[in-house]
Design a protein around this ligand. Structure first.
Ligand code: ATP
Ligand code: MG
Length: 400
């Protein structure tokens, strides 16, 4: 069956009044972005409170559906067959062809749901339902009508053209990216942080990212891995500005001056400070990490409190109550897992103590940080000044 359009269904909650335009415009923008590298000529538009993707000429159906099913805000994707508006006898023929091609087995129950946006059409919705229902029953005697719980709901919308659709392919839900401000993701090469970014983006938040690189202790390949992960997340979130911070000198200085069992916590506190610097500079409204309570020593409640204490922006930790297994499941679903498990060290695994504190005391940590007072401001400034910022996303789509 050749489909000419897709009707995009989106959740209605929270998008009343003025917000509705913002929501729909962001959805249209994200759909255009998602389709920018799909084969085909697409026209994405709003019409009568609906969002449609019209496909002009040939296009790659599978790829189109796959790309649409990654756009947050979409709850359903309906492939539509468009026909000219004709009088009822001709319309019956179109509907019979549609049902025959869509349901060749024939042994289903169905219901016709006609809508007449074009009020000049000489029959009302009820009359259209009856006429088309009869035509289908006549053509396919094994099909039956079930008005309460049909296998197939055949939608017939009479507009400038007739839209026929009956299938709903599920979308990812959530809100279109761009409807909820932006946040800065601390993106490492691990399993968790890409999932955390995905989950916050799903709520409509635009994502920026910061990666702490520690050459020569971390390889160029580790940085590329993070860029690959950012690219995979950007398939859902739209383009990501990735800040690559050179963290080596700060880490070495902490290593030299602070108790080794506190290294990870102090390092994490400097990561948060730097991430917050870029977040504020770029107008982000929060930070995002992939932390989950108790997963490692630096993620106990005490450690999280110690890390949190240096931040003034809210820190979003969408995985906080998840087990590793649950996080792995999502990372497999969104396609980041295979890249995350590539064996390139991120900077945290290099400078870890054998016995890190699991219950850091904030005052003691602050006292240890005083050991850094001589050079840390200068090192921080250098790290900020030498940060490389890369925009990661689909090629040629940055104007969308
Ligand atoms: P992940 O799988 O996300 O790397 P993890 O289980 O390895 O998490 P940690 O290494 O303790 O946990 O890191 C906790 C969080 O701190 C990460 O989820 C990430 O948000 C942030 N983070 C850690 N290392 C880096 C880094 N090198 N660059 C940017 N963010 C980092
Ligand atoms: Mg990690």
């Amino acid at each position: 069956m050749k489909f000419h359009s897709f009707l995009i269904k989106y959740g209605e909650i929270g998008i009343k009044g003025k917000n509705r335009y913002m929501f729909e415009d962001a959805l249209v923008r994200q759909i255009r972005y998602a389709l920018s590298d799909v084969d085909g000529d697409f026209y994405v538009h709003k019409c009568h409170g609906r969002v449609y993707v019209d496909c002009n000429g040939e296009y790659d159906y599978e790829d189109t559906v796959e790309s649409l099913s990654r756009v947050f805000g979409i709850v359903g994707i309906c492939p539509v067959v468009r026909r000219e508006v004709k009088e009822i006898e001709e319309l019956k023929k179109d509907v019979v062809v549609y049902m025959g091609e869509m349901y060749p087995e024939g042994n289903c129950t169905f219901k016709v749901e006609a809508r007449r946006a074009n009020k000049r059409y000489p029959m009302n919705s009820m009359e259209i339902n009856c006429a088309l229902g009869e035509a289908v029953l006549e053509a396919f005697p094994e099909m039956k009508v079930d008005v309460h719980n049909p296998d197939v709901r055949l939608n017939v919308e009479i507009r400038e053209e007739v839209y026929l659709y009956s299938e709903i392919i599920p979308g990812p839900g959530g809100m279109p990216v761009g409807t909820n401000g932006s946040a800065m993701l601390l993106l490492s090469g691990g399993i968790d942080s890409p999932v955390a970014g995905y989950m916050i983006a799903k709520r409509g938040v635009e994502i920026e990212a910061v990666y702490f690189h520690a050459p020569p202790y971390t390889s160029e390949r580790a940085k590329e891995k993070v860029m690959d992960l950012a690219r995979l997340v950007s398939v859902y979130s739209g383009p990501i500005r990735l800040h690559v911070v050179n963290f080596t000198d700060i880490q070495l200085y902490i290593y030299e001056k602070c108790p080794h069992e506190e290294l990870t916590i102090i390092m994490r506190r400097y990561m948060m400070r730097i991430a917050e610097h870029f977040a504020k500079k770029d107008g982000c409204l929060g930070l995002i990490t992939g932390e989950s309570i108790g997963q490692v020593a630096s993620q106990t409640m005490q450690s999280l409190a110690a890390t949190n204490a240096v931040c003034t922006l809210p820190v979003y930790r969408p995985l906080v109550g998840f087990d590793k297994r649950e996080i792995v499941e999502i990372s497999e679903k969104i396609g980041t897992y295979e890249v995350s498990i590539q064996p390139f060290e991120d900077c945290c695994t290099i400078f870890v103590a054998k016995h890190p504190v699991t219950k850091p005391n904030i005052e003691r940590i602050e006292k240890s940080e005083l050991n850094l007072s001589e050079k840390i401001d200068e090192l921080m400034q250098t790290a900020l000044d030498t940060t490389e910022t890369i925009v990661i996303g689909k090629k040629g789509a940055d104007t969308l």
